[in-house]
Design a protein around this ligand. Structure first.
Ligand SMILES: [Zn+2]
Length: 996
């Protein structure tokens, strides 16, 4: 039997686009490699190798068959294993359009807990692979499974990539009901207030999910009835199956505009034997088209998008985002905003480190065969998957992501160390040749562990600290490192003694440090430093400065010792800490924070800090939904009152003032004020969360003021644009409130703020967390979660992280920081944006010991790659990367939104000649965001979409920087604009930018 599958679009019929696809999680219940090779099948029968192997003959069997592939982490693994003959066949399938890459990043990244820089990088990595091997550029965004959808995904990772449309599966069930009724599942999405219609994208939410209509699943063991069309055999059912198909089509047509609907024919890890699906779809297309009521065809999201576009219809406008996501009344997927806070921090740390390491790699010259940043790039890309950084994977998979990051870090650390060595030794380090100086770094400084700084200075030697600044501005920041002695001294690169301070390393920190080092490195640390040494480092943009630490030769030259005293309960006094402008006062009697005052800005505000926990709901027969890795379902809030014996320990000195509080045996907090900074740094240590009572707990902290914030707060979208949130309210529909806390939680990657008519309170975070403003005047962050039930969303494991030594396990302790500040109304943005970049890109510290006392004179003690230039205050360089072809990829980001700041929300300029002093820029090409095509090409190709009535406030014309004059090489950036360039310092530039 030959089936006629050649049908295209028929204009006057309902066209049913059958889109064959597989959804391959880049790690979830199994690791990425286990999924690829098909091992560990007792957990999940899934083998991506089978999918790709069986796909090729299935597509070759009929040229009308089509397939899309999405996750390049898998495809790349498969591709390198194929013979040249198979590769040639696959290239033909791609160029004929039978096989289409869509989305095309290494993974289908999450949209809540990812930072926009990571989203860009992981997409770029996948897109470059596709471009290099196939010469094509993906057209479609396909974020079908992430748990809610971000504005940044739509406008930045969609429109600015050059995608013509974006499809996704998960939106709030109440929103979906309304959109089905209004036929507004498909919209034109304006994700950015600043870029408006210039960054719009056609976006479609699926009617239910990314699976086929019920009854049309055709994996080998699926239960759906196959089409039995052989009349000589029993159970002939062609007419029934055609009826089922037409009924499913008409039902979907009822909620969809135009005469085009999409059936997503596939789901998780399907097509392991691709022929089973295609055989049934061949028959369905054949018989449904003979029936003639609807028109069925093999299609792809690109064909579907073009068909929608060809109708020339106008579409409703969508603004803001699709958070939070609930799939039912008590199923708010807002727990994963915080789940696995350690891996979330690890990903963020590595993200900032990767940015810095690639700058250093560029300065030295990339070495493809020696240590390079590729392994870290790959590990970071995979970690952005929607079951990785989200914390919704099984424990062994979380360990796999961490292992990959760690291995990637080790390589990147070598790159950073050797590049710094070349710079300090002033050695022309051609590729493969290294300098003399050997640097060590301290990736475990977060747990107070830094072997290179824990030295005895036994032979009169000194410790050299080289401090690298990856930002495009000069910057001052306080450095803290553990040291063995308190009689030390710090000198700058000119040999002058600079102010420094030693602080006692508290017992709490030492025991955590020793425990974790033993647990993760196998043996306890051999040394026990007793002090932190703190000093303020001043470092030029894209450059470093060096400091010398030595034993003080005379008493007077030594670091300042901190004054330490404790406030007992009942002490009547108020104690004030702080350096220049910012002061915090604590009530000794109540042993808590009471007042925040800034003498410069004249802000005075009463402030309280508290900790509480939500009891995780354990599920019941009537209401089975538990709190778990994905879902936050609280069963009561419990305020944690400081213990009766609680004392405040106050540590003061010229660089750092700290107030330590042990809230209870498993919560420790430090309020830290740094010289030169006008914000409060709060360091928390939470855990092990006790669960001996059988109740999982979700730890939150609150900062409470008397501000009248009128239910309103602002949270960032992937660390970029801020979106206004109103408690118990959604812009798009009348919200029925079922979960007054969980339903008001939003993802935070950069920060959250509230304002009233006088002031604004901003909080910045060091990793992805969930947060809200549950009460007016208050900001709440969820810091840690430990739960005892699975929430039945698939992971099938309780979120109960532990740390073990010799098989004795205890709950995971989380240490982290957040930062807050109160400003006069309208003045908070500068701090949020500048400090946000500083948190993302902390100083990179490299240590080396010198024996003689002439290090500074025999080395280059300070350096800036951009000489005396500095980027404007509103611009960050978010990518500086040498590509394999010796070209350089540069991304510049305007950090402010339209109308966000009076001074800085303006068009700004970057002078590329000054960004690369001493180099001649031969050619400059502006690219799309993922740098797989020229921007001008992308703009020519991109589809324009008509919209229904524009909301008045959104009709402002949007600005963009103009074309770059190749003689002047000045880049203009408008608010929220990111511009991507490939530079060539060689004058013999070839047109094929990514032809490696
Ligand atoms: Zn998935």
């Amino acid at each position: 039997m030959v089936y006629n599958t050649s049908q295209g679009i028929v204009p006057d019929k309902l066209n049913v686009h059958l889109v064959p696809h597989t959804h391959d999680d880049v790690g979830w219940l199994k690791t990425v490699d286990q999924y690829y090779v098909g091992s560990n099948n007792s957990i999940q029968g899934a083998c991506v190798q089978n999918v790709l192997d069986s796909l090729v003959p299935a597509l070759l069997a009929d040229k009308n068959r089509k397939f899309i592939y999405v996750e390049m982490a898998f495809f790349e693994r498969w591709w390198k294993d194929q013979s040249e003959a198979v590769q040639l066949t696959v290239k033909r399938l791609v160029s004929s359009g039978q096989l289409e890459f869509i989305n095309g990043g290494m993974c289908m990244h999450d949209e809540a807990t990812t930072h926009y820089i990571d989203m860009i990088e992981q997409t770029t990595l996948g897109h470059h692979f596709i471009k290099r091997e196939f010469g094509v550029t993906p057209r479609i965004g396909w974020q079908i499974d992430p748990f809610g959808h971000s504005a940044v995904q739509a406008y930045l990772l969609g429109a600015e990539i050059g995608f013509d449309s974006l499809f996704f599966g998960r939106i709030d069930y109440q929103d979906r009901t309304k959109r089905k009724y209004e036929k507004s599942l498909e919209v034109v999405w304006w994700g950015s207030k600043s870029l408006g219609s210039s960054a719009q994208i056609f976006a479609g939410a699926f009617p239910k999910d990314y699976e086929p209509p019920s009854g049309f699943y055709f994996e080998v063991n699926d239960a759906s009835p196959i089409v039995q069309d052989d009349p000589t055999l029993f159970d002939y059912n062609v007419q029934e199956r055609v009826e089922d198909f037409v009924a499913a089509a008409l039902s979907q047509a009822n909620i969809t505009r135009t005469n085009h609907i999409m059936f997503t024919m596939g789901t998780d890890f399907k097509y392991q034997y691709a022929h089973t699906w295609f055989r049934q779809m061949d028959k369905l297309i054949h018989y449904v088209n003979i029936d003639g009521r609807v028109n069925a065809l093999y299609s792809t999201p690109s064909i579907y998008t073009d068909a929608k576009h060809a109708t020339e219809k106008a579409w409703p406008i969508k603004t803001e985002d699709f958070f939070p996501y609930a799939d039912r009344a008590h199923g708010y997927w807002t727990g994963y905003f915080t789940s696995r806070p350690a891996i979330k921090r690890y990903v963020r740390m590595m993200s900032g480190y990767y940015l810095a390491a690639r700058q250093l790699e560029f300065f030295k010259g990339r070495d493809k065969s020696g240590p390079n940043t590729d392994l870290l790039a790959d590990a970071l890309a995979i970690a952005q998957h929607h079951d990785a950084v989200t914390g919704t994977e099984k424990q062994h998979v979380a360990n796999d992501y961490a292992k990959r990051l760690s291995m990637g870090y080790v390589e990147a650390e070598k790159v950073a160390s050797s590049s710094l060595a070349c710079l300090v030794d002033s050695t022309s380090c051609t590729r493969g040749r290294n300098a003399r100086t050997e640097f060590q770094q301290c990736p475990l400084l977060n747990i107070s562990y830094c072997p290179p700084s824990e030295i005895e200075f036994s032979h009169g030697g000194n410790l050299i600290v080289v401090v690298y600044n990856a930002l495009g501005w000069k910057r001052e920041d306080v450095i803290r490192i553990p040291v063995m002695h308190e009689d030390v001294t710090v000198r700058d690169s000119a040999g002058r003694v600079i102010e420094s301070q030693v602080l006692p390393l508290s017992e709490n920190y030492m025991s955590l440090r020793n425990y974790l080092v033993k647990a993760y490195r196998g043996q306890s640390p051999s040394k026990t430093p007793e002090y932190w040494l703190a000093f303020s480092a001043s470092v030029p943009p894209l450059g470093y400065n060096s400091y010398t630490i030595s034993r003080a030769k005379t008493e007077g030259a030594s670091s300042a010792r901190s004054s330490v005293h404790s406030l007992q309960r009942g002490d009547k006094s108020t104690i004030e800490v702080g350096h220049e402008n910012l002061k915090l006062s604590f009530s000794a009697e109540e042993r808590k924070l009471a007042f925040y005052m800034n003498r410069r800005s004249m802000v005075k505000e009463s402030v309280q800090q508290s900790f509480s926990y939500y009891a995780g709901y354990n599920g019941s027969d009537e209401s089975p939904q538990s709190s778990g890795a994905y879902v936050f379902r609280p069963n009561g809030t419990f305020l944690l009152k400081p213990a009766k014996k609680d004392i405040l320990t106050v540590i003061r000195g010229p660089i750092i003032d700290e107030v330590h509080q042990k809230i209870n045996p498993w919560i420790y907090q430090i309020n830290r004020l740094l010289k030169g900074k006008e914000h409060v740094e709060v360091e928390f240590t939470v855990g092990p969360i006790p669960v001996g009572d059988g109740i999982g707990k979700e730890m939150a902290t609150q900062i409470t003021t008397n501000m009248e914030t009128n239910k309103t707060f602002y949270t960032d979208s992937n660390g970029r644009d801020f979106i206004k949130r109103i408690r118990d309210y959604r812009t798009d529909w009348d919200l029925k409130v079922n979960e007054p806390v969980a339903g008001n939680y939003y993802p935070i990657n950069l920060g959250i703020y509230v304002e009233d008519d006088k002031t604004e309170l901003s909080v910045l975070v060091d990793r992805a967390v969930g947060g809200s403003s549950i009460v007016d005047g208050q900001i709440e962050l969820m810091l840690h979660r430990r739960l005892l039930r699975d929430d039945s969303k698939g992971v099938d494991e309780a979120l109960n992280e532990t740390v073990c030594i010799d098989n004795k396990c205890k709950g995971l302790t989380i240490q982290g920081k957040y930062y807050y500040r109160i400003d006069p109304l309208g003045e908070g943005a500068k701090w949020r944006r500048t400090t946000g970049q500083e948190i993302y890109s902390p100083f990179l510290l490299a240590f080396t010991e010198e024996v003689e006392d002439n290090w500074m004179s025999s080395h280059v003690p300070t350096f800036s790659a951009i000489d005396s230039y500095s980027l404007p205050d509103n611009v960050a360089i978010i990518t500086l990367q040498e590509l394999d072809n010796r070209k350089v990829l540069v991304r510049l980001a305007h950090l402010y939104e339209m109308e966000e700041d009076n001074d800085l929300s303006v068009m700004t300029e970057v002078e590329l000649k000054k960004l690369f002093p001493g180099k001649k820029i031969g050619k400059l090409v502006e690219m799309n965001l993922s740098a797989n095509q020229e921007r001008s090409e992308m703009e020519k190709k991109r589809l324009g979409w008509k919209v229904e009535e524009q909301p008045e406030s959104k009709s402002k014309s949007t600005n963009r920087g103009g074309a770059v004059d190749p003689a002047k090489l000045v880049v203009e950036l408008a608010p929220m604009e990111i511009r991507t360039f490939v530079l060539d310092f060689d004058q013999t530039f070839s047109a094929q930018v990514f032809d490696a």
